[in-house]
Write a protein that binds this ligand. Structure first.
Ligand code: ZLS
Ligand code: CA
Ligand code: ZN
Length: 397
């Protein structure tokens, strides 16, 4: 009140159980838990561990997971192994395992893996609830496709839903934002009948030349949750469908305009940001053309609203760039800038060196790895924003 208050720093907590790293989906599978090792190495090499509270959370228990998931699904998931799995067992297929796409394989240590990443998201949510931190980070979470009785799109347990359920014990309104290149369908579905959670997902949407929709095929602009006026969840989902090749300036404008409008209108008391790194340029599965700092701009924007923030990972299939992005975003949270030259004493430094791996710097130009022409015109994006803002008519703060 005397004009002398010092700028308020943020208390950041980092929730990470290193045992998550040692799990493998299979050699050809794009999801590589090893990207988390790379992320951790960068975070440590820049000394960011001294600027945050570090936690090594315990794995979640089956009872904790049952708050969202069905008992039968959990008991199957907790018992299935590559040795005892029967791919022609109807339960196996009905719970989303194997199948034609084999997106969700049964691998060694599967139950360990899912309980570790879920435990970390729950520990992060609890830290926000206890006011021990302003921003809590779990890069191993963000598995947004899992349903209560179904594994889908590399996701077995929906740690985001579990974390939001914890936040709801202390918050009247929680905003969920999802910048993974895929639609956050599992989180949207879990909270479709409540107005206490608003879900906002930005993603690639459309049919490919081969006739397949981009996974999971949902999330058009007109999908706003239930249509029944008696349903409290009506209008409490917003989907932003985007075409291939969107660039930094377009995405930043879109994100800032739409997210800003949602935050101002809904006025959440806590925010969860799924920061999937498959929206970067050069991602093995993604279609967008974003650079690391444009992706990080989303974290900066959300942070600037000063609400308790749970920051979680998600997709990201070019591991060196996933690590760069999540390290950068960790620095954004604690409020420091990192030098572009990577510290040389990092284990696995080779993963970042050489022209094809980003030349030993933190912020390589990912436009150089562009494989997707930009199909988003300014005109399309303006129409999209107009429609998005119109979709907020059912929202009250
Ligand atoms: O959001 O596109 C699909 C499903 C199919 C089934 C039919 N076949 C012919 C095409 C593929 C529709 N699945 C996606 C899932 C993407 C999940 C994203 C998760 C997240 O980032 C959050 C963590 C998909 N895209 C690419 C693959 N699956 C995929 C690529 C390569 C392989 C290897 C392993 C397994 C089988 C061969 C696989 C899946
Ligand atoms: Ca998304
Ligand atoms: Zn994704």
């Amino acid at each position: 009140q005397y004009g002398l208050e010092k700028p308020r720093g943020y208390n950041v907590s980092f929730h990470y159980n290193p045992h998550v790293e040692y799990h493998h989906f299979g050699s050809s599978h794009p999801m590589k838990p090893w990207r988390l090792t790379l992320t951790k190495q960068l975070v440590l090499a820049y000394g960011l561990e001294y600027t945050m509270d570090l936690y090594e959370p315990r794995p979640a228990t089956i009872d904790e997971l049952e708050v969202f998931h069905d008992r039968e699904y959990l008991s199957f998931l907790s018992q299935v192994t590559p040795q005892n799995a029967k791919p022609d067992d109807p339960a196996y297929l009905s719970f989303g395992f194997g199948g034609e796409s084999n997106d969700c394989p049964v691998f060694d240590g599967l139950w360990n893996y899912v309980s570790i990443y879920s435990g970390a998201s729950m520990s992060a949510a609890q830290n926000l609830n206890n006011k021990q931190s302003d921003i809590a980070i779990n890069w191993s979470g963000g598995l947004h496709h899992a349903k209560k009785n179904l594994a889908s799109g590399f996701c077995y347990i929906n740690d985001i839903v579990l974390a939001i359920q914890l936040l709801l014990t202390q918050n009247q309104r929680v905003l969920y934002i999802d910048i993974d290149v895929h639609h956050g369908d599992g989180v949207e579905a879990a909270f479709e009948s409540t107005d206490r959670v608003f879900t906002l997902s930005y993603h690639k949407f459309g049919i490919d030349r081969n006739g397949y929709p981009f996974f999971p095929g949902t999330g058009n602009i007109n999908e706003m949750g239930p249509t029944d006026p008696a349903n409290r969840g009506k209008g409490h989902s917003l989907n932003i469908p985007i075409d291939d090749g969107i660039d930094d300036e377009q995405y930043k404008w879109l994100f800032k305009t739409v997210t800003g409008a949602v935050i101002e209108k809904y006025n959440p008391t806590a925010i969860v940001l799924q920061s999937g790194a498959d929206s970067l340029g050069g991602d093995r599965l993604g279609r967008f053309n974003l650079n690391i700092k444009a992706h990080g701009f989303c974290v900066e924007t959300v942070k600037s609203y000063g609400r308790p923030l749970l920051l979680i990972g998600g997709g990201g299939y070019t591991p060196r760039n996933v690590a760069r992005t999540w390290c950068h975003e960790t620095a954004v949270c604690v409020g420091t800038e990192l030098h572009n030259e990577l510290p040389t004493h990092i284990p696995y430094i080779q993963a970042f060196q050489g022209a094809e791996n980003g030349g030993g710097i933190l912020y390589p130009d990912l436009h150089n790895t562009k494989r997707h022409d930009n199909l988003n015109t300014q005109d399309n994006l303006h129409k999209l924003v107009t429609q998005a803002l119109e979709n907020l008519r059912y929202v009250e703060g």
